[in-house]
Design a protein. Structure first.
Length: 202
């Protein structure tokens, strides 16, 4: 299915309301669920994580669902808005697991440096330095925070994020969902990346 592009005004409204798992009344650390979709009824997704726990998550009707298309590090330029999942490496360095090039209409999405699990991080920002030859550091400019540098091994997969139709949220497929607490209990999705063409989300 051809990726569906979402107007930037809608993305801006979504960011203002959710801010990557934070709400204005009750700021908190983002919570991440990655697992197998058990069901999706257009409103609630049930995801089973590797520990065999199944969690029900409300999916707002205006949430933009994303997937990964393959790309190359050479596709990224200084000034692009890029995300990276990473883990803590030797000596306190961050080591990229994946690099994601955002389309321009998604610039500013979840901007910042977030811990999303034990020694696991998500960094979204404007690239100010790219790996070159044996120098493997990518540096991100983060508003109101210090720059973040991440080591990018040559084997790190690179993807471009695209908006996709909700029909890709299928039982048996992998999804990664960032959630915020829901009024009255439970969780509401503020970001979701789903499996597409065999490419699994981190």
């Amino acid at each position: 299915m051809k990726p569906a592009l979402i107007p930037s005004t809608l993305m801006t409204a979504l960011i203002a309301c959710t801010a990557w798992g934070q709400d204005a009344a009750a700021p908190h650390m983002p919570t991440r669920y990655r697992g197998i979709v058990q069901s999706f009824d257009s409103q609630v997704i049930n995801v089973t994580t590797p520990d065999q726990r199944t969690t029900a998550i409300l999916v707002p009707p205006k949430l933009i669902i994303k997937a990964n298309n393959k790309a190359r590090l050479a596709d990224i330029r200084v000034g692009d808005f890029v995300g990276s999942t990473s883990h803590a490496g030797p000596g306190g360095t961050l080591v990229a697991d994946e690099v994601h090039l955002f389309p321009e209409f998604m610039r500013g999405t979840a901007e910042g440096h977030h811990e999303v699990g034990p020694a696991r991080y998500m960094t979204n920002g404007t690239v100010t330095r790219l790996p070159d030859g044996s120098q493997r550091t990518m540096t991100f400019k983060i508003p109101a925070d210090a720059p973040v540098s991440i080591e990018v091994p040559v084997t790190t997969p690179v993807y471009v994020l695209v908006a996709v139709d909700r029909s890709l949220i299928q039982p048996g497929k992998t999804a990664t969902v960032i959630v915020a607490p829901r009024d009255g209990g439970g969780w509401v999705a503020v970001d979701m990346v789903v499996e597409k063409d065999g490419i699994l989300p981190r």
